[in-house]
Design a protein around this ligand. Structure first.
Ligand SMILES: [Zn+2]
Length: 257
């Protein structure tokens, strides 16, 4: 029988672990370091990151901070949902994987770094993902990544959202490199994306309400993994600053130029 006490015990154990982790800082070899969310950054920013050069901070207004705070807080709520899903659904297709420690395989519990020697360049990829799940139909491990949209419900509608965002796909490739075994092996890894709009349709819409959720399944191949490793190795190999020609709104260097 499903048991909410055991789930809440796991979440409490998770909280204790998070508090312990505050004081613990992993140590890395002195090599250029990249992370999954950086896979879509422009070469100019990656060059700065790889060479530990200062990167300007975007100015945040208080409402930006509240925006980020809400988007972060909901991650914990979704983790709880995942545990309840695994326990309460009748034969769920997906289930949360657990580590030997008894903690779920997600976030900082699976934070890891891996050292690569690719195209003659040495670097580290460091990261964690929102979850590793078991697909009960295939027995395979699949990645899970949760993303929020904070503007309007249309942001997750069919018209505005045709597929996983490019940057998120690159992030998924980094997960495939880090969490699914040898990245040079010829295999396909699956990462699931769940997008939730924090804005909802009118309360009174009921069954007519527009969906605030979208899910996508992304398949990552050996070719995809090599493209990301090639890109990181190219940045490491650069001996001088590249031109900054990106127009990415979120690039911290965009305003400066
Ligand atoms: Zn840029």
């Amino acid at each position: 029988m499903a048991d909410s006490k055991s789930i809440e015990d796991v979440l409490l154990k998770q909280k204790e672990h998070d508090v312990q982790m505050i004081a613990e800082r992993p140590t890395y070899p002195d090599l250029p370091k990249f992370n999954p969310s950086g896979a879509s950054k422009c070469e100019y920013e990656l060059y700065h990151q790889a060479n530990k050069l200062p990167i300007p901070q975007n100015d945040l207004y208080p409402y930006h901070k509240r925006w980020l705070r809400n988007a972060t807080a909901i991650h914990e709520a979704v983790q709880r949902d995942l545990l309840y899903m695994s326990e309460y659904l009748d034969r769920p297709r997906l289930e949360v994987k657990y580590l030997e420690s008894g903690l779920p395989a997600w976030e900082r519990n699976i934070l890891k770094w891996e050292q690569f020697n690719h195209n003659g360049q040495q670097f580290i990829i460091n990261g964690m993902c929102d979850g590793l799940l078991t697909d009960n139909e295939t027995g395979k491990t699949v990645g899970f990544e949760f993303k929020t949209k904070s503007t309007t419900i249309a942001a997750v509608g069919d018209y505005k959202m045709k597929d996983v965002q490019d940057g998120h796909r690159l992030q998924a490739i980094s997960y495939s490199i880090l969490f699914f075994g040898d990245p040079y092996e010829d295999r396909t890894d699956t990462i699931l994306f769940l997008y939730e709009s924090l804005a909802k349709d009118w309360w009174t819409k009921g069954s007519e309400a527009r969906s605030d959720l979208r899910t996508f399944q992304v398949e990552i191949s050996l070719v995809d993994r090599m493209a990301v490793l090639d890109r990181f190795s190219e940045v490491v190999a650069m001996t001088e600053k590249p031109e900054h020609d990106c127009t990415n709104f979120f690039c911290p260097f965009t305003e400066e130029e």
